[in-house]
Design a binder for this molecule. Structure first.
Ligand SMILES: NC(=O)c1ccc[n+]([C@@H]2O[C@H](COP(=O)([O-])OP(=O)(O)OC[C@H]3O[C@@H](n4cnc5c(N)ncnc54)[C@H](O)[C@@H]3O)[C@@H](O)[C@H]2O)c1
Length: 343
């Protein structure tokens, strides 16, 4: 089988996870990872035997001085690749796009970039087919991915009328929590709606969704509360069956002791997930409540992990190596051990 040659630009929180996930796919080959740093972060890529490239000449020289075997520049890495996944920080990826286009490489950007950078936003269970063979797409942010995943499941069974969500957002990523992040405060986003609702509509304009968001002083994950207006009176069982349409929502229960995000993180670590990652939306089944035609629920989003399976599917869609969304999703789920129930 011909393998898709994948390059990763930006080996940070998302880039290193995408790189690891690519190596687990039998239809993909990791060509290399590119960055500007010279410390433990990129040295770990060397330890994993990933070919390392320097963003430009100056980055390559600094890397060599730090003892990192540099295989070449970003251009060299791109030359050898079919597709590049840009996981550089917000707004830097947009600056790299002219290069990708000039070199006629397919590319994926992450949620920090605007929809307009590619003109297409991606969420596997909603719109895999619309990205087939395209030049580029944007895998939406962690929060938006969870919103589209859950609401698509409800929509596809005809139950969704409109949805209103309150998002409690983690302050910063764990590895850099000594550098920034809030403490002993709650920081509400000034604008209503917060950007995630409109962002979900870049994937599916038919979603009637409004979000508000609050930054909270912890680093493990986001937590969402949703109030959904259903199209009709429904039972809790019907709603659970609808949510089971998604292969990437896992039910959790208070009755199992999973009553907070730290307990779920501990479960992921004990399950042996790399970095303790949770690719699924973990939704509390025993908290979920239906009252007439109104639905209430809450779930946890592992911001560092949820976009990884989506990115793998986006690679298959853009390169058209797998035209069938369901087959790609199944393959990705199996490779990463994604479940609809943890325990
Ligand atoms: N961290 C999250 O929870 C999260 C979740 C979903 C989506 N995203 C999105 O993913 C993207 C990457 O975020 P992240 O959290 O992984 O960032 P990060 O800061 O952890 O990693 C970015 C990496 O890119 C490198 N870099 C910086 N400038 C570069 C350049 N010019 N060329 C090559 N490499 C360069 C940095 O050294 C770093 O290693 C952003 O769009 C972000 O919004 C992040």
């Amino acid at each position: 089988m011909q393998k898709i040659k994948v390059a990763i630009n930006g080996y940070g929180v998302i880039g290193k996870r995408v790189a690891d996930a690519v190596t687990l796919q039998d239809d993909m080959e990791l060509i290399g990872v590119c960055d500007v740093v010279t410390d433990w972060r990129i040295k770990m890529a060397v330890n994993k035997k990933y070919p390392v490239f320097g963003f430009d000449h100056s980055a390559s020289i600094k890397m060599k001085e730090a003892g990192i075997p540099v295989m070449g520049s970003l251009d060299d890495m791109l030359q050898a690749a079919d597709i590049v996944i840009d996981c550089t920080p917000k707004k830097i990826a947009a600056q790299n796009i002219p290069k990708y286009r000039m070199m006629r490489k397919k590319f994926i950007v992450q949620g920090g970039e605007k929809h307009e950078t590619t003109g297409h936003s991606f969420s596997a269970e909603n719109n895999y087919e619309t990205a087939l063979g395209r030049e580029s797409t944007r895998v939406v942010s962690c929060n938006t991915t969870s919103i589209v995943r859950t609401l698509t499941a409800l929509k596809n069974t005809g139950l969704l009328k409109k949805a209103r969500g309150t998002l409690l957002r983690r302050a910063t990523d764990p590895w850099e929590s000594h550098l920034n992040g809030i403490m002993n405060t709650l920081v509400p986003e000034k604008d209503i709606p917060s950007h995630q609702g409109p962002d979900a509509q870049t994937i599916d304009p038919s979603l009637d969704v409004i979000t508000v968001a609050i930054k909270v002083p912890e680093t493990l994950s986001h937590l969402h509360y949703w109030n959904v207006q259903l199209t009709r009176h429904a039972s809790k069982d019907e709603v659970l069956q609808a949510l089971a349409n998604s292969t990437r929502i896992a039910m959790i229960n208070y009755s199992n002791g999973l009553s907070a995000n730290n307990t779920v993180k501990e479960l992921m670590l004990e399950m042996g997930r790399p970095y303790g990652d949770m690719y699924e939306v973990a939704l509390w089944q025993d908290m979920l409540k239906v009252q007439g035609d109104e639905l209430f629920y809450a779930y946890i989003v592992d911001n560092q992990a949820i976009v990884i399976p989506e990115t793998i599917d986006a690679i298959r869609s853009l390169t058209a190596i797998e035209p069938d969304a369901e087959k790609s999703i199944k393959k990705t789920n199996e490779s990463l051990g994604i479940k609809t129930e943890f325990i």
